[in-house]
Design a protein around this ligand. Structure first.
Ligand code: ZN
Length: 267
């Protein structure tokens, strides 16, 4: 599936194009860039990794500040170029969810250790720092179905405010196929996490990962390489879910990003 990237060219004064960024300049966005191989690049003075072919990536969280600087230095140059990046500010929905089991809203003491273990496993998978460049491709939607939840919405569960929703929810009956949205490696598959139920993480390289929650079934194993469009799992309602749906998340390491910005619009 081809998507026209929103192309943002930051041009050096002079003739040569120095740095190219693909992505929307807004909160929750993943930005992918390319420089001449051997270049260096910094976001707000923090060095970013750059692949052998000159690819790099970074992302801005839900409430990221709106002004950032990007600097780069080409292999033959002895000075850094610096540009400011200005992000647009987003408005997020408020979502009220009623009828959850009380112990899913406020977990009982005895499951806290399990929740901590789940969180540690997810955090470890998201720390994966692999030099692959799978994140550079155009992503595809991992499942068919209507959108039932969007990124960033503030959640109020049984009347109690909780942290925002960081995924995009695709509604579909249990058993609906879930496909890899881009090439990658399965870095986590746990069928029964407390909150997120069947949970799978696919790493796309340089810290970019997809997470799928509430799955009823996995079709791949941890450590397995997958290709875009490959059947990897099935939609379910496992964990804290009021009905069957796929909750798809995109991360750049710990930074939680909006998957919907990477794929063609859908209602
Ligand atoms: Zn969700």
């Amino acid at each position: 599936m081809v998507r026209v990237w929103i192309l943002c060219l930051l041009l050096l004064s002079g003739l040569s194009q120095a740095l190219e960024l693909n992505g929307e300049l807004t909160q929750g966005s993943l930005l992918r860039g390319k420089l001449q191989p051997g270049s260096q690049v910094w976001l707000n003075d923090n060095a970013l990794q750059i692949s052998d072919n000159g690819w790099f990536v970074f992302g801005f969280g839900r409430d990221a500040s709106l002004t950032h600087t990007i600097s780069w230095q080409l292999p033959e140059d002895d000075e850094r170029q610096t540009r400011e990046i200005e992000l647009s500010e987003r408005e997020y929905d408020i979502q009220f969810i009623e009828g959850l089991e009380p112990n899913m809203v406020t977990p009982p003491e005895e499951v806290l250790a399990r929740i901590r273990q789940d969180n540690a496993q997810v955090a470890q998978a998201r720390r994966t720092n692999d030099q692959r460049e799978d994140f550079t491709s155009d992503f595809i939607w991992p499942a068919d179905g209507p959108i039932s939840g969007v990124y960033g919405s503030q959640r109020v569960l049984n009347g109690e405010p909780r942290r925002p929703h960081f995924g995009v929810d695709v509604a579909g009956p249990t058993g609906t196929p879930v496909y890899a949205p881009a090439d990658g490696v399965v870095t986590l598959w746990v069928p029964d996490m407390y909150y997120s139920g069947g949970t799978m993480i696919i790493d796309h390289g340089l810290g970019v990962s997809s997470t799928f929650l509430h799955l009823s079934k996995g079709h791949v194993e941890q450590g397995q390489s997958v290709t875009q469009g490959q059947l990897v799992a099935e939609i379910g309602a496992t964990g804290r879910a009021t009905g069957p749906h796929l909750d798809w998340r995109i991360n750049w390491f710990n930074e939680r990003l909006d998957p919907a910005l990477l794929v063609p619009p859908r209602d």
